[in-house]
Design a protein around this ligand. Structure first.
Ligand code: AQP
Length: 336
């Protein structure tokens, strides 16, 4: 229905490195598809990336590059909102109020905090601990109905719902309770080198991931090196054959074929043929995005104009929520 209010979606990605095939299949490819059915706000989550020490010059460069890449994937900045998190100060304003309504115990239970503090024992900072509060602010500030999340993020969405519910109980109806949204095609892509681990852009092993900007030769080389097993049969079994199953998931995403169809296609063929086929469909999917990315990134003025307009539109919505929240908790506001 043309006049029916569309549901609102909020999602973000950190500029912690060049996005991988995991980020593409699990997140940004779906972001582009969701635009036809929802009102979308997509955010480059630069504040979140500060929980791990970043090189300042690289962070700035990556933030612009990631924005260009999102445009290249097909995010439409006229119909929807693309912005950088730190360009909308209201996120951190709301985050403080929400932090004062979040318990130490709840934050202590977050598995990502435990994982990341184990990974960076020399920098277990307060931001890492309160990260879920800022994420709750990101979502609640726009009254997002749906949040596309990977399986790794469901605990954070749960705490956002808990914080919203608690705030609404104390101060009256303020926030929409967000629902998680796992797109049908949003598979979790695993590391090519250690298929028990998810593929991550900040992994130190370059053979563990395919970057969205990798050229065809690199993709072929990385797929050929992907860890499989010695049984030589293309069959889906995440437990016993995690490497092969991961490659089948990638192949299935780009060809639309089911796991059974893929198994039949490669019956009696070696892993060499299968890996080459995976590499080819991956390169075919990424090549047009890369061409568009190069074109868009060359026009820095355009990218920055998109981000400026996105920040203004996002701030317009976010500032209203902060005003409302400040009023509800009793912060004195002067007439404008
Ligand atoms: N391997 C993956 N498979 C499917 N989806 C994935 N996502 C990340 N890795 C995979 C999804 O991508 C979105 C953006 O993620 P992010 O950049 O905010 O942080 P992340 O989840 O921590 O991604 P990385 O690549 O692993 O970053 P680093 O290495 O910096 O920690 C999210 O929707 C996520 O689910």
């Amino acid at each position: 229905m043309a006049d029916e209010k569309r549901k609102r979606i909020l999602s973000g990605i950190q500029p912690t490195g060049t996005p991988t095939l995991g980020n593409y299949i699990g997140a940004v490819r779906n972001w582009a598809l969701l635009q036809s059915d929802y009102d979308c706000l997509y955010m480059v989550a630069d504040l979140h990336s500060l929980t791990v020490r970043q090189n300042p010059a690289e962070l700035r460069r990556r933030t612009r590059e990631l924005s260009a890449l999102l445009l290249a994937v097909g995010i439409d900045p006229k119909e929807h909102v693309l912005f950088v998190q730190s360009h909308v100060p209201a996120h951190t304003q709301l985050s403080w109020v929400l932090a004062c309504n979040t318990q130490f115990g709840e934050l202590s239970r977050m598995t990502q905090f435990k994982d990341k503090s184990a990974k960076h024992p020399d920098n277990v900072n307060g931001g890492l601990f309160t990260y879920p509060v800022l994420m709750a602010a990101d979502i609640l500030i726009y009254n997002a109905d749906l949040v596309p999340v990977g399986q790794d993020q469901t605990q954070h969405l749960e705490i956002a719902r808990d914080i919203a519910g608690r705030f609404n109980n104390i101060y009256g109806d303020t926030f929409t309770l967000p629902e998680g949204y796992v797109p049908a095609s949003g598979a979790k892509i695993m590391s090519l080198a250690e298929p028990a681990k998810k593929m991550s852009k900040s992994d130190t092993n370059v053979n563990s991931f395919i970057l969205m900007t990798d050229d065809k030769d690199t993709i072929i080389r990385k797929c050929k090196r992907a860890v499989t097993d010695s049984d030589g049969c293309v069959r889906f079994d995440r437990e016993q054959k995690p490497g092969v199953s991961n490659l089948m998931t990638i192949y299935g995403t780009f060809t639309g074929k089911s796991m059974d169809e893929i198994a039949a296609e490669f019956e009696g063929k070696g892993y060499g043929d299968f890996k080459l086929a995976v590499a080819e469909v991956t390169a075919d999917a990424l090549t047009p995005v890369q061409a568009e990315y190069g074109r868009i990134l060359a026009d820095k003025t355009y990218v920055d104009a998109v981000l400026k307009s996105g920040a203004e539109r996002a701030a317009h919505l976010a500032d209203r929520t902060v005003s409302k929240v400040y009023r509800k908790v009793g912060l004195l506001q002067l007439d404008k």
